[in-house]
Design a protein around this ligand. Structure first.
Ligand code: PEP
Length: 247
């Protein structure tokens, strides 16, 4: 049985004060969660989140990292630095990073390998654009992104990876993929993992859906056989996140 994993991606929201206020309210409400719950705040709120959540089961993730340990990379943060803080998860290759910060399949792969080498759990984002879906290219686009992201990931490491299927047209738009559309792509992702490894690894890997998940659609999405969790943007900034964790 795969344990569901619900992660909140706060993006560029919530300063330290707002992080404190939100998490102090959240932590009492999610004591008996039956899923792995993860909050991914901005870098500057990571320490605050880790401190506040240390006596709970809620884990903390970063929204990005660099693949080198140190060097002339102005503005970047390394995986080692995240580990030093006590971060356990890291989102890699979010479509906003691919779109606005020139993230490529190659840099995504480097980051995935580095995260795994440090025992950070990578949440690897893949997904097609609206234009690509309208041309019926979603299977090719997504399975190719998965193959490239996982290049060099060993059989022993693959079960630690989480893949998040996030159709770009559904992110922050209020337009959710139907549960059938989401399931179809998550199934292709699992089949791709099976082709790259074996059915044992493909059965173990956790695949999330992300894109306008909210308290009204979470149950149906989570009921699909190949969807093991959600990566949540907007709804993770509200107390609604409690309803998502307790779907
Ligand atoms: C996201 O940013 O990963 C996301 C899914 O956002 P939203 O839930 O707001 O669509």
């Amino acid at each position: 049985m795969r344990r569901p994993v619900i992660a909140g991606n706060w993006k560029l929201n919530n300063n330290i004060e707002a992080t404190k206020e939100f998490l102090l309210q959240l932590k009492d409400k999610i004591k008996d969660a039956e899923v792995d719950a993860v909050i991914c705040p901005t870098y500057t709120s990571l320490s605050t989140a880790i401190e506040l959540l240390k006596d709970t089961d809620v884990k903390v993730g970063a929204q990005n990292m660099h693949w080198t340990t140190s060097g002339a990379y102005t503005g970047e943060i390394s995986g080692e630095m995240l580990k030093e803080l006590g971060v356990e998860y890291v989102i890699i290759g979010h479509s906003e990073r691919r779109q606005y910060f020139a993230e490529t399949d190659e840099t995504v792969n480097k980051k995935v390998l580095k995260a795994l080498s440090l025992d950070l759990i990578p949440i690897v984002c893949v997904g097609e654009s609206l234009e690509e879906r309208e041309k019926g290219l979603q299977e090719d686009i997504v399975t190719n992104q998965v193959r490239l992201a996982l290049e060099g990931v060993t059989k022993d490491q693959i079960s630690k990876v989480i893949i998040a299927y996030e159709p770009i047209w559904a992110i922050g738009t209020g337009k959710t993929a139907s549960s059938e559309q989401a399931e179809e792509v998550c199934k292709w992702i699992r089949e791709t993992v099976e082709k790259l490894y074996t059915s044992q690894e493909s059965e173990a890997i956790r695949i999330q859906y992300g894109g306008s998940v909210n308290k009204s659609n979470v149950k149906e999405l989570m009921g699909m056989p190949n969807i093991d969790g959600a990566l949540v943007g907007g709804a993770s900034l509200k107390m609604d996140f409690v309803d998502l964790i307790k779907y």
